[in-house]
Every structure is written in structure tokens, then in C-alpha cells.
Design a protein around this ligand. Structure first.
Ligand code: BGP
Length: 474
């Protein structure tokens, strides 16, 4: 059936970006607390100390989702709220908080989709090297098992790690996320590898516990497409996929690392000594039940031209003309498609990537269930005197991506759900509160943090109603 009756429609958030309560009820320090409080690289000084205050207002926010016809909510657990020191003693108040959120979701008919790690390590773990340190793999599995034991009777959808590659990329290549390493390929690959291993071991541990749910990993969609002028088409496509996709997707979906990735790394002098032969058993045993895709853009590549390796990233929005991309010496470089537009942060808006990636994933990895775990549009916003925002560009953007998702479902892709990033305004990594994504406005200048649905909230509500009236079960 192309359009399932039990399709999930909802929104996604991450703990650091919406909870606030950064030092309440026994929570330990996270790496983002440290970064946002102390780093000169925190460009606008914003923090997640209070953010949307979801910690205290979760009922109001979940009520708003329900009133908007949403039947699922994707959120992440703050590792440092459960284990303030990263390992060892559990914080019972942290467990209580997520119990309250999960129970309230279930009471309201909302399916919780829970991510174990969304960018924010406990600071103690970060200080020991984070995912660049193999010990973090074991620490992560311990933490995951605590969550499975506490919440696994009620949570049916689990995700290990949000965007392992993008997290590794921002922390080690762009350098805009803590610990802010720049163009450190060795650390980049090592972090993605250990995240893949942590995913595999956690998936295996979850399956061994025989709980009544399923577990996946969330990848930042990275389908590689080639500019027509590209000369070495097969090579650039292969290198692009190895760099952006295969450590996460091949390990999670096929249960192994591709040999060509190791050859590419070794031929280019990268360290692979941390990869252990025995890990292949962990990968084989740790295949996920479903794949989450955060769909924003594609990677549009062509042959390497000249110059040193350089990462292009725009954290300044309209204050910069920088277009997002990368040039990797002797490998490939990203390029511009003159027919597409970019958002004010220099990221390409390309709805067709939704269809293209879903079809490519099915062709490469088979009939795996896929959830679109994030899709949304960041923009500057001004509210009218009633706090209302007419965010038509967001509606246009999301509708065009959803149309492409429908097209892929018609073509037989096994899509099971769609999550808007984000159900309400929240903190945007490095861009703070300037860059808005929410379907519901939060006035962060008002200490009461009042919520006001935007135009897109009503559009999404009607779209969901229309799906169940006109599409589901067809
Ligand atoms: C994804 C992250 C989210 C969210 C979104 C928008 O990569 O999973 O956490 O932040 O991107 O990103 P940004 O806020 O940097 O624009």
C-alpha cells in the first residue's frame, strides 16, 4: 500500500534545543552548556539555558501538537540529565522527567519517537575525547540500556544517534560545534566510526532485551548528485558516497563497512588503526530496524579543480554571502546549480532530493522502513502585534518536499512518517534564536515565553487531516 493508515505525522526537537532547565533537578553539565557559556565561538552569545522551557511546559507543547492533528513527537533524551557524570550514578529526577513526557504523549495518543543522542555529550565524556575516544562507545551503550530499562515498556520507536556524520562534520571539519576542531579529517572519520559502532552495539543490546519496539539511526540526508560538467562521474559519485554516507548507512543497513572506504582512507594517508577486526562482528549483529532521514538538501558535486581543502559554512545568515559546501583537495568539490535557490544561510533548497534519496536508498539498501525524521525551513521572522507570523515561505518549502515524499511513496518507497523541524520555535545551533524553524512562535523576549501558532501550524494541521481523509489506505 502506498499510503499507510498508520502513517505518523508530527514534529521533532532535541533536548538541548528546547528543554532549558540546564542545571535543574540534578542534571549534569553538557558540552553545549560549556560551549554556550564560555566559548568565543558562540557568535551571538545565545544559550539553551531556558530556551523554549519545554522542561516545564511539555504539556502545553504536546497539547498544541495534538490540537494540530499530530500523532507523534520525536524528542531526544539529555544524556547528562540521566547520568550527570556520563557514567555511573543515575539521576532519578531525570528518569522522572522523561517518564512524565512519555506518559503524557501516550495519554494524548501521541507516539513518542525517542533519540538517545542529539549532539550534546555529558561534559565529562566530552573532556575525555567524546566519540573520538573508543571508551565512549561503551559509555553510550550503558546509557542506552538504562533508558531501555526505564522507558522501553512504552517507547516503541528508538533512535540511537541523530546525524552521526553531521555531528562529526560540525565538530571536526567546520569547527562550529564543540570541541571546535577544524578540517581534522582523522578526527572526523574516527568520530563517525565510533558513532557507527555505538549504534551497532546499542541496536544489538536493544534486540537482546526483547522489548516491544524497534530501533533505528537518523542520518542527515546526503544524496550525492553530479553536476553535468563532471568528468570523472563514477569516481566522484563513489568518493562522495564514501565520504558522506557509507560509514553510517552501510554499517547500519548492510552490517559492514565497505572495503573501498578503507582503501580510500589508506591511499590518502588517513589513520584507520582504531578500526578493529572484531568490530565487523558488532556491525553484522547491529543492523537497524528502520532508517530516519533528516531531509534538507543534497550534495551537488563535481571534479576537484584547484586549491587547498576548504570547508564553506555560513553561521551568519543574511550577514554573509557564504554558500555551504566543501572542496577536498584531489577528491571532489561541491558546486552551484544555477537553477536552484539557497536559503539565507547558503544552503540549497532542492525538494527533488526527497524523492531522489528515497528511491536511491530503496535501490541500494532494499525495502527498509524510512521515517522523514526532520524537514523544515529556517528563516528570520517578525510577528504582528498579536504574535502571529505569516510564514508562507516555510509552507511553500515544506509542501514541495512533502509532494516529493508522496511521489516516492507512489513509486513504492516504504515511508512511515514525517516530522516537521520543528513543532515550536527553539534554539538553533550557533544561530541561537535568530533562525526560526517552529510551526508555533515563541516570543523569547517575553519572560512568559508565550506560544502563538503560525500560519504553517494551520497548514500542517489541514495537510494531516487531508492525508487521513483522502490518501490513507488508498
Ligand atoms: C539538523 C539538526 C537539528 C536542527 C536542524 C536545523 O541538522 O538535527 O538539531 O538544528 O538541523 O539546523 P540549524 O538550527 O543549525 O539551522
Amino acid at each position: 500500500m502506498s499510503y499507510p493508515k498508520d502513517f505518523l505525522w508530527g514534529g521533532a526537537t532535541a533536548a538541548y534545543q528546547c528543554e532549558g532547565a540546564w542545571n535543574e533537578d540534578g542534571k549534569g553539565l553538557g558540552e553545549w552548556d560549556e560551549f554556550s557559556h564560555k566559548s568565543p565561538l558562540n557568535l551571538n552569545g545565545a544559550t539553551g539555558d531556558i530556551s523554549s522551557d519545554f522542561y516545564h511546559r511539555y504539556k502545553e507543547d504536546i497539547d498544541m501538537m495534538v490540537a494540530g492533528n499530530q500523532n507523534t513527537y520525536r524528542f531526544s533524551i539529555s544524556w547528562a540529565r540521566i547520568l550527570p557524570e556520563g557514567r555511573g550514578e543515575v539521576n532519578p529526577e531525570g528518569i522522572d522527567f522523561y517518564n512524565r513526557v512519555i506518559d503524557y504523549c501516550l495519554e494524548k495518543g501521541v507516539v513518542p519517537n525517542v533519540t538517545l543522542f542529539h549532539y550534546d555529550l555529558p561534559n565529562t565524556i566530552a573532556l575525555q575525547g567524546g566519540f573520538a575516544n573508543r571508551d565512549t562507545v561503551d559509555a553510550f551503550v550503558e546509557y542506552a540500556k538504562i533508558c531501555f530499562t526505564a522507558f522501553g515498556d512504552r517507547v516503541r520507536l528508538w533512535c540511537t544517534i541523530n546525524e552521526p556524520k553531521y555531528y562529526a562534520y560540525c565538530t571536526n571539519m567546520v569547527g562550529n560545534y564543540p570541541p571546535n576542531h577544524r578540517q581534522d579529517f582523522n578526527r572526523f572519520f574516527k568520530v563517525v566510526y565510533h558513532e557507527a559502532l555505538a549504534t551497532a552495539k546499542t541496536v544489538a543490546a536493544y534486540h537482546e532485551m526483547n522489548l516491544p519496539g524497534t530501533i533505528g539511526v537518523v542520518h542527515d540526508n546526503s544524496n550525492v548528485e553530479l553536476a553535468p560538467q563532471t568528468k570523472e562521474k563514477e569516481l566522484i559519485k563513489l568518493r562522495g558516497d564514501l565520504f558522506y554516507n557509507s560509514m553510517t548507512l552501510d554499517t547500519a543497513l548492510k552490517g559492514c563497512l565497505p572495503a573501498s572506504l578503507l582503501l580510500m582512507m589508506q591511499e590518502n594517508g588517513f589513520d584507520t588503526s582504531y578500526m578493529k577486526f572484531e568490530d565487523s562482528i558488532a556491525f553484522a549483529k547491529g543492523k537497524v530496524d528502520w532508517l530516519g532521514l533528516n531531509v534538507y538538501n543534497r550534495f551537488y558535486l563535481t571534479d576537484y579543480s584547484e586549491g587547498e581543502t576548504e570547508v564553506f559554512h555560513n553561521n551568519l545568515g543574511a550577514r554573509s554571502k557564504m554558500k555551504e559546501g566543501i572542496r577536498i583537495k584531489d577528491w571532489f568539490e561541491t558546486t552551484d546549480d544555477p537553477t536552484t535557490h539557497r536559503n539565507l544561510w547558503g544552503r540549497e533548497i532542492y525538494p527533488q532530493c526527497m524523492y531522489n534519496t528515497l528511491v536511491e536508498i530503496r535501490n541500494t539498501y532494499g525495502d527498509i522502513p524510512v521515517y522523514i525524521t526532520e524537514n523544515g525551513h529556517g528563516q528570520y521572522e517578525t510577528a504582528d502585534e498579536n504574535g502571529y507570523v505569516d510564514d508562507q515561505p516555510r509552507i511553500d518549502m515544506m509542501q514541495s518536499y512533502i509532494d516529493q515524499m508522496y511521489k516516492a511513496m507512489e513509486a513504492g518507497c516504504n515511508v512511515r512518517g514525517y516530522y516537521a523541524w520543528s513543532p515550536m520555535d527553539l534554539y538553533s545551533w550557533v544561530n541561537g534564536y535568530e533562525k526560526r524553524y517552529g510551526l508555533v512562535r515563541i516570543d523569547f523576549d517575553n519572560p512568559d515565553l508565550p506560544r502563538t501558532p503560525k500560519k504553517s501550524y494551520y497548514w500542517f494541521k489541514n495537510l494531516i487531516a487531508d492525508y487521513f481523509t483522502n490518501k490513507a489506505g488508498r
